[in-house]
Write a protein that binds this ligand. Structure first.
Ligand SMILES: Nc1nc2c(ncn2[C@@H]2O[C@H](COP(=O)(O)OP(=O)(O)OP(=O)(O)O)[C@@H](O)[C@H]2O)c(=O)[nH]1
Ligand SMILES: [Mg+2]
Length: 511
């Protein structure tokens, strides 16, 4: 008889317990209506998660399988398997799982639910939540699910939750397997929410789509539909990883379908679908893309660029690690990153964030106009440096903001690994500024691209709309983010996005 269920354990489940589980499974298999098989396969229908082991949550979130808790403390949760495992408990639980699937399956004859049907059930959550957010526009409401509460304020576009958002979706999913969540009227809103961590509604939807989509595309889309990226996600406030940056570069330069993206990026289809759902929900995609641009090619794994990029990213993310003594670049060529941009945009601040030596800056008293905003301005340039674990030093330069030092800009950017342009949104001239910098560095950008950071939006409250229009007008496909360079993570994020581009061959743009 064919196996209908495969069950796997989270990789952090103790090997002894895993072994015991497999033995018990063999024993009880004959007593179950269906065949259960213990696998190491990631495609398993059911996964056993050791909740006592804190490190197991990551695997849990990415799993597309039906989760079963495994814990020393017995809980009311119907999907909890108490330690130590007894074969009666396991038998009962697996029977319950089969019945649950059977109930939700259209194929009542066999106690097996296709992945698709199960995913529909789970994905409904995301759809339900979205619907409620739309229905309650301008209002506050509480989503309650057993003992988890999520407070949503659609007016402020914020939500409050005692748990970390990335933990919220799995908890929610697990509980809604049996019961739909309920919407409650806010009760003592102020008192409760002031003590809870707050998140933007965008980050809730982003997280929900990434971990709650379960590899199933939102209803209105198909896998052959062509998408193009309109705008990069707000990575200053949303979690991201390298695979996402890669998909985004493709999607930004080359309108393509999910099927094509899987082909060219070699990233799993389920992962791409989760990500497309998340981008779609945040309104970042054009569904009717402009004409095809060109297809970026991913450079080979062996490319020296790739190794340099990963070394730089790893260094920036682990600045406390001991590095070898500084030495000149092995390639006999200076490796440098340049920050350019308008006065006050935060170039000096950004460099200070990532430099491992006290930044060398040539500050002078500002002109009258500038003095109103801050005391000093950079003349000549800023210089900072960080050293990779193998001793290679990476130089960071900041161009002086004022236009009278324009001759320096071109000298500094020559041969740079990448360019980050910062624009101060609170300046009257912000729009002229972005034009000026994109035009001045046009030659460099044509061959090497750039990342644009719009700063001081915390003060202005503006969106990036007008800057996106400028990029669009100039047919420039540059990642752009609202950032606050006083936050080190925002600076690292921009450098990471800028560097990731080096792994793709984007130089065909001009043709
Ligand atoms: N509120 C806010 N302040 C910021 C932001 N980015 C930078 N700043 C502040 O703005 C001021 C100017 O930053 P600098 O780093 O000196 O700017 P700069 O680009 O080097 O300026 P010049 O050298 O004159 O061209 C500093 O006080 C920063 O702390 C931001 O996003 N929001
Ligand atoms: Mg400066």
């Amino acid at each position: 008889m064919a196996t209908n269920y495969s069950i796997t354990t989270d990789k952090n489940v103790n090997p002894k317990e895993h072994l015991k589980l497999s033995l018990l499974l063999r024993v009880i298999n004959t007593k179950l209506d269906d065949n259960w098989q213990l696998t190491d396969n990631n495609d398993a229908n059911v996964i056993i998660i050791d909740v006592d082991n804190k490190t197991s949550t990551h695997h849990y979130q990415n799993s597309h399988a039906f989760p079963i808790y495994f814990s020393e403390t017995k809980t009311d949760n119907p999907w909890c398997l108490a330690k130590p495992i007894r074969h009666g408990d396991l038998l009962e639980l697996l029977q319950k799982v089969s019945e649950h699937f059977a109930k939700n399956s259209s194929k009542k004859t066999k106690a097996f639910v296709s992945k698709q049907a199960r995913l529909n059930l789970e994905q409904k959550l995301l759809g339900q939540l979205l619907q409620h957010i739309i229905q309650h526009a301008g209002k506050k409401f509480v989503v309650s699910c057993q003992n988890v509460q999520l407070y949503i304020d659609t007016k402020k576009q914020r939500c409050y939750c005692a748990d970390n958002l990335d933990l919220f979706t799995p908890i929610f999913r697990l509980n809604t397997v049996n019961a739909n969540f309920s919407i409650m009227q806010p009760f003592e809103w102020q008192k409760v929410t002031e003590n809870l961590p707050s998140y933007s509604l965008d980050s809730l939807l982003w997280q929900m789509a990434l971990s709650g989509s379960q590899g199933q595309l939102l209803d209105e889309y198909t896998i052959d539909q062509v998408f193009q990226l309109k705008q990069w996600p707000d990575f200053a406030n949303l979690p991201y990883d390298y695979a996402m940056i890669k998909i985004l570069y493709y999607l930004f330069h080359y309108p393509c379908s999910i099927r094509e993206l899987v082909d060219i990026t070699k990233i799993a289809q389920t992962e791409i679908i989760d990500f497309i759902n998340a981008c779609a929900i945040l309104g970042l995609l054009h569904q009717k893309p402009s004409a095809k641009q060109y297809l970026p090619i991913l450079l080979s794994k062996a490319s020296p660029m790739r190794s340099l990029v990963s070394k730089i990213v790893s260094r920036l993310k682990n600045p406390e690690k001991q590095a070898k003594e500084s030495q000149a670049s092995k390639q006999n060529q200076e490796v440098k990153i340049v920050f350019a941009g308008s006065p006050c945009a935060g170039k000096t601040t950004a460099i200070a964030q990532i430099s491992e030596i006290p930044p060398v800056t040539t500050e002078a008293l500002g002109t009258d106009e500038l003095k109103q905003r801050k005391q000093t301005t950079t003349v000549a340039m800023d210089y900072g440096e960080f050293i990779l674990e193998d001793g290679q030093s990476i130089h960071i330069y900041g161009t002086p903001g004022q236009q009278r030092f324009q001759h320096m800009w071109h000298i500094l950017v020559k041969g740079a690994l990448g360019l980050i342009i910062l624009v101060d949104d609170s300046s009257q001239e912000a729009e002229q500024d972005i034009h000026l910098y994109l035009d001045e560095f046009a030659d460099y950008i044509k061959d090497n691209g750039a990342v644009v950071g719009i700063t001081h939006t915390d003060e202005t409250g503006n969106t990036l709309e007008k800057y996106l229009d400028v990029l669009h007008e100039k047919h420039l496909y540059l990642p752009m983010f609202a950032v606050d360079v006083r936050e080190r993570d925002h600076v690292v994020m921009m450098v990471e996005v800028m560097l990731s581009r080096l792994e793709l061959d984007l130089t065909k743009l001009a043709e």
